[in-house]
Design a protein around this ligand. Structure first.
Ligand SMILES: NC(=O)c1ccc[n+]([C@@H]2O[C@H](COP(=O)([O-])OP(=O)(O)OC[C@H]3O[C@@H](n4cnc5c(N)ncnc54)[C@H](OP(=O)(O)O)[C@@H]3O)[C@@H](O)[C@H]2O)c1
Length: 293
């Protein structure tokens, strides 16, 4: 019988990709996605019973309160969803590999180019809860934390990725302000899913950074998307993080990813390289043409 992998947050952006890419990248696994509709993860005793019944051989934990603003508005909920749920699932997975999706938001963004050994210093509630959860997860030497940054992709309801957010705003007739002095290293959810499946197979637990190989400002990201998303035309406005109002945002969350790159069978692309097909067009990375970004 094939070993069983459980994906939490299966109705979310990355969870959806982990489930839909499994036949391609994880053919040896029997993969079962868990959405909130199937299991509310804060209901501790139900979760314990459910996981014991399923007897997974691997758990990839994607469920989270992932919107920075929502965490800032309700820190108690952020703690329940991001820290308590993660700690409970990690404990239930104490004898199996556990992969936890964390975030570059654990850094303050003052320098960018962060490696795994750099000291985190979160500046918002979301980053604080992700860091706290990471520390619990990494107490188990069998467990893995993967820090990712800005993720593109197409969700079933079209309401998850930053690209979907931008297009929705533009279609509503509103401008999309993009900071020219805020830097990220975006990566498509399809690439993240493939990397996670490979990581599961490598059995080399620990802390990994996984971002696109190109550092881009938000403005540059918007410009790169324009040819593919005509609805954005005339709607992008260049702005500066100096004028930002709202929850604190780290300025530069570019990541150094050489540690995970050494384990992967494929080159982690830069975002513009991925959008245009780059040198690897036709390779396995571009198997999801509908998911351009
Ligand atoms: N996408 C990014 O740019 C990005 C960047 C850095 C890190 N990450 C991390 O990567 C992981 C996956 O992100 P994502 O973009 O796929 O997030 P997402 O689209 O927001 O999906 C998260 C899923 O978790 C579910 N969930 C939250 N709390 C739950 C609970 N108590 N019980 C059951 N389900 C619950 C949500 O359900 P509902 O829809 O019902 O709320 C949602 O379906 C997260 O840990 C996130 O923090 C993402």
């Amino acid at each position: 019988m094939a070993p069983r992998a459980i994906i939490t947050g299966a109705a979310g952006l990355i969870g959806q990709y982990l489930v839909k890419t499994a036949p391609r990248w994880a053919p040896g696994w029997y993969v079962q996605g868990l959405s909130r509709a199937e299991l509310e993860l804060t209901e501790t005793s139900k979760v314990t019973a459910h996981i014991h019944a399923l007897k997974p051989d691997l758990l990839i934990h994607c469920a989270a309160l992932s919107r920075t603003k929502a965490c800032e508005q309700d820190p108690a909920q952020a703690r329940r969803d991001n820290v308590d749920v993660t700690a409970h699932l990690a404990q239930l997975s104490q004898n199996i590999p556990f992969i936890f999706l964390s975030s570059g938001e654990v850094f303050d963004g003052k320098t960018g180019g962060y490696g795994e050994s750099d000291e985190p210093n979160p500046i918002n509630v979301y980053g604080q809860t992700k860091l706290e959860a990471e520390r619990v997860v990494l107490q188990n030497p069998q467990h893995t934390v993967v820090r990712i940054v800005l993720t593109s992709g197409t969700a079933q309801n079209g309401d998850r990725s930053f690209v979907e957010d931008m297009c929705r705003t533009a279609k509503a007739g509103k401008d999309v302000t993009l900071y020219a002095d805020e830097f990220r290293c975006p990566l498509p959810a399809s690439v993240i899913a493939r990397a996670c499946w490979e990581l599961a197979d490598r059995r080399q637990p620990g802390l990994y950074h996984l971002g696109g190989s190109e550092r881009l400002s938000r403005w540059e990201i918007g410009e790169a998307l324009l040819p593919w998303y005509p609805e954005l035309k005339g709607r992008l406005v260049k702005g500066s993080a100096r004028n930002h109002i709202g929850s604190p945002r780290p300025a530069d969350l570019s990541l150094r990813c050489d540690k995970i790159q050494r384990l992967l069978s494929f080159h982690i692309p830069g975002f513009r390289e991925w959008l245009t097909g780059g040198s690897s067009r036709g390779s396995d990375l571009w198997d999801y043409p509908d998911d351009r970004a």
